[in-house]
Ligand binder design. Structure first.
Ligand code: PEP
Ligand code: MG
Length: 749
């Protein structure tokens, strides 16, 4: 196609469209496309290789190679030049294929006589579906125009594949999005569930890929971009002072005005693509780049471009977000990512959530936990694989998703769900009972909370109260700073819910922001080590405005009832004193304003840094209670970042050093009579919980869903005997007592 490239490629695309319109079997269509492409490109060979499974490419149609090789020749990802294109997602263009790195000759195809090779990936929305190849006898490199033309054909092929144009009974392809698929991601919230897919962002389907009238398409594109620009400007004008949102909108504006983006789409149109197809081609290229970019900032910008392309496609196709599909009765939400506010809007109607991205500490994960909805994060390709209404099973314990599962998986999975339901029933039967061990020790079990969505758990989990109310969550799920009035309303609801549930106590922790908890509307601070940086009480004391506002809201919400407060991340006595003084100031202000103040206020502290464990006895005498924040304490004890997947599971909580350290804290508190509790995630893990109880931590606060399993195990354990097991393991020089504890528990049955 060296001359008259544009009109040639338009002609080719026109012929491809006719092929699609013909009532033919899938294989016949594939054959015809290879014929048309070879003919139009002036090459002797054109072949289509498509993935048969995740790792195997199959020659599905060819013009020029031996026909017997079709559906016989297969190669693995990365194998030969075709495999190289598939793996890298990049074009291979060579005049002398046999001397190329990685060349593998496949005798059954008869390709030995062809010298030049041009392979381009067949990609849709960043996912590689196969490889399109042309070959010639003549030793020559293909021109950039030819490469471009073949890429356009590949794009159309990808879209046709998506639309099921090659589906057939015999050797042709099976329809996409019909096969059972298992995706492995990470755990965001435990629990297993089954339901049907509900796409947060339904895909826009482009059916008119090829267009005859480039001028008209170009006008349509121009009009759509103009509409997009106006809407982005409007969004910017109405945007709140939200740094992150502004950054995204500025990026939108930059792309919407980008000449390069526009020019590439114009080029695609001039070669015969419709405006929609041109947008999608660009979107696909951006997605493919996304998977290769390691830099977070760049990835975010590519995501912005992806979102913008979706908006443009919606304008062009007239397909709104509302596709007319109704939400299934048992929806499992599937999204690339989702903000906490949007997730709260869906609320408890969701059976499960699967995200293509996300992290354990993300705000969406926090909300999913509060709602006790199983969540799998980092599920690769889920947004391109899943269709609205697909049957889906989510294993939040293992971080696994089964999409369109087959019968054996369904049976096994349902067994698991049934077993869990049985266990839940068992836990329900002991809900009202106290957690008393076999040796007669009474362990108090509290729940952690932070959202109003947590409140129903006060009744149905059997929690004795809220051992940790993370007040920052109310700040994190909003896109602007909540007002004092709003906070008073929220805190009142919490206090009242606890009262109705049987006068249960609530420990409010003051704002713990910074590190992994970044408020979207606060100016981000660029710190080399945020976990060791300006966070929690440090921010509260340096910029007391917000803390004062919060303390006043808490005092006002209590309406004279007793109030319990605790400060996060206190590293030395002085910080506690300064924060305590803020409480006194807030009381004085409230009195002056004529509000009633609580009849009794208890003020304690979290113990999250090793330094505080060694504070003087006087400190322990002064604080009214101490709660060990095991998540942070463990990260600082082992110097292992709790957010870093590489190290966060590296050190065992039951490591002898850590347990001994915790035991020392128990001893110090008991010497001064300071009430002590433990409220990190480990409190909710049954084996860890009984070990904590055995070393003297008799008050544990955990996720509501963990209370049943923890109580059940405590009631079956002799904590004195377990303590002996721990001591023996320690004396024997074991690194962790886990092995010994597990063996003892097994032996106990
Ligand atoms: C902790 O650090 O253990 C804790 C309970 O606080 P957070 O997880 O909110 O940091
Ligand atoms: Mg903490």
């Amino acid at each position: 196609m060296p001359d008259g490239t544009e009109s040639e490629s338009r002609k080719l695309l026109g012929r491809l469209r006719d092929t699609m319109a013909e009532d033919a079997a899938g294989q016949a269509r594939l054959d015809k496309i290879t014929h048309l492409t070879a003919d139009s490109m002036g090459s002797e060979v054109c072949s289509i290789y498509l993935f048969r499974d995740e790792d195997t490419l199959e020659l599905c149609a060819t013009e020029g190679l031996k026909k017997e090789a079709v559906h016989q020749t297969r190669m693995r990802m990365g194998e030969g030049l075709v495999g190289r294109v598939a793996r890298s997602g990049k074009v291979v263009n060579t005049a002398d294929a046999p001397s190329e790195r990685g060349f593998r000759y496949m005798p059954e195809t008869g390709e030995e006589i062809y010298s030049s090779f041009l392979g381009v990936p067949i990609q849709r929305l960043g996912e590689t579906l196969g490889v399109l190849v042309v070959q010639t006898k003549q030793k020559r490199e293909f021109t950039s125009d030819e490469v471009y033309a073949l890429e356009v054909v590949a794009m159309v092929l990808a879209e046709m594949t998506e639309l099921g144009a090659f589906v057939g009974d015999t050797a042709a392809l099976s329809a996409r999005h019909t096969q059972p698929t298992m995706l492995r991601g990470g755990t965001g919230q435990e629990g297993t569930t089954e339901g049907h897919v509900w796409l947060h962002e339904p895909r826009v389907m482009v059916t008119n890929l090829v267009a005859d009238d480039p001028e008209r398409e170009s006008e349509r594109l121009a009009a759509a971009i103009e509409q997009l620009r106006v809407s982005v400007d409007e969004m910017l004008a109405g945007a709140v002072e939200d740094a992150e949102q502004l950054e995204v909108l500025e990026a939108y504006r930059m792309f919407a005005n980008s000449k390069g983006w526009r020019r590439r789409m114009e080029e695609d149109i001039s070669r015969g693509l419709s405006a929609e197809a041109a947008v999608e081609k660009e979107q696909s290229a951006a997605r493919a780049r996304m998977s290769q970019v390691a830099d977070n900032y760049l990835r975010e910008r590519l995501h912005d471009l992806d979102d913008l392309s979706n908006r443009l496609l919606r304008i062009l196709t007239g397909q709104g977000k509302d596709t007319g599909a109704s939400m299934p009765a048992d929806p499992i939400l599937v999204a690339r990512n989702i903000g906490p506010g949007e997730l709260l809007e869906y609320g408890r109607q969701l059976r499960g959530i699967v995200l293509e991205e996300g992290s354990v500490g993300s705000h969406a994960a926090v909300v999913a936990r509060a709602l006790a909805i199983p969540l799998v994060i980092n599920a690769p390709r889920i947004t391109t694989e899943a269709l609205n209404g697909d049957h889906i099973m989510v294993d939040g314990d293992q971080g696994i998703v089964h999409l369109r599962p087959d019968d054996t998986v369904v049976t096994a999975f349902r067994d698991k769900i049934a077993m869990q339901a049985e266990a839940q029933e068992r836990y329900a039967s002991i809900r009202q009972k106290p957690a008393v061990s076999l040796c007669g020790k009474r362990i108090s079990l509290y729940m952690n909370a932070g959202l109003l969505a947590d409140l129903p758990s006060l009744e149905n989990s059997g929690a004795e109260g809220v051992g940790l109310f993370r007040t920052e969550l109310q700040f994190l799920v909003r896109n602007k700073m909540p007002s004092r009035t709003e906070l008073v309303r929220v805190y009142k609801r919490v206090i009242e819910a606890a009262e109705t549930a049987g006068h249960k106590p609530v420990i409010f922790r003051t704002l713990d922001i910074g590190s992994d908890k970044v408020l979207p509307y606060m100016k981000p601070t660029d710190e080399p080590n945020p976990a060791l940086g300006w966070r929690a009480i440090r921010v509260g004391l340096d910029r007391p405005g917000v803390m004062r506002m919060q303390l006043q809201a808490l005092l006002r919400a209590s309406e004279g009832r007793p109030l319990t407060l605790m400060f996060p991340f206190v590293a030395q006595w002085e910080e506690f004193r300064a924060a305590r003084a803020e409480v006194d100031k807030a009381i004085a202000i409230e009195r002056k304003l004529g509000h009633v103040v609580p009849e009794k206020i208890s003020v304690g502290t979290m113990l999250e840094t090793p330094s505080l464990a060694y504070a003087s006895n006087k400190f322990f005498e002064e604080v009214e209670f101490v709660s060990i924040g095991g998540n942070d304490l463990k990260q600082f004890f082992f110097a292992a970042d709790r957010e870093n997947e590489r190290v966060r599971r590296r050190y065992d909580t039951l490591n002898v050093s850590f347990l001994t350290f915790l035991e020392q804290i128990v001893q110090r508190c008991s010497a001064t009579g300071t009430p002590l509790s433990f409220c990190g995630e480990d409190a909710g893990r049954p084996i860890e919980a009984i070990c904590l109880a055995a070393i003297g931590l008799h008050r544990l606060s955990m996720r509501p869903a963990s209370i049943g399993p923890v109580k059940s195990l405590i009631m079956r354990t002799d904590l004195d005997a377990l303590y002996d097991v721990i001591c023996d393991a320690r004396e024997r020089g074991e690194q962790s007592v886990r092995g010994a504890v597990m063996e003892y528990m097994r032996w106990q049955g």
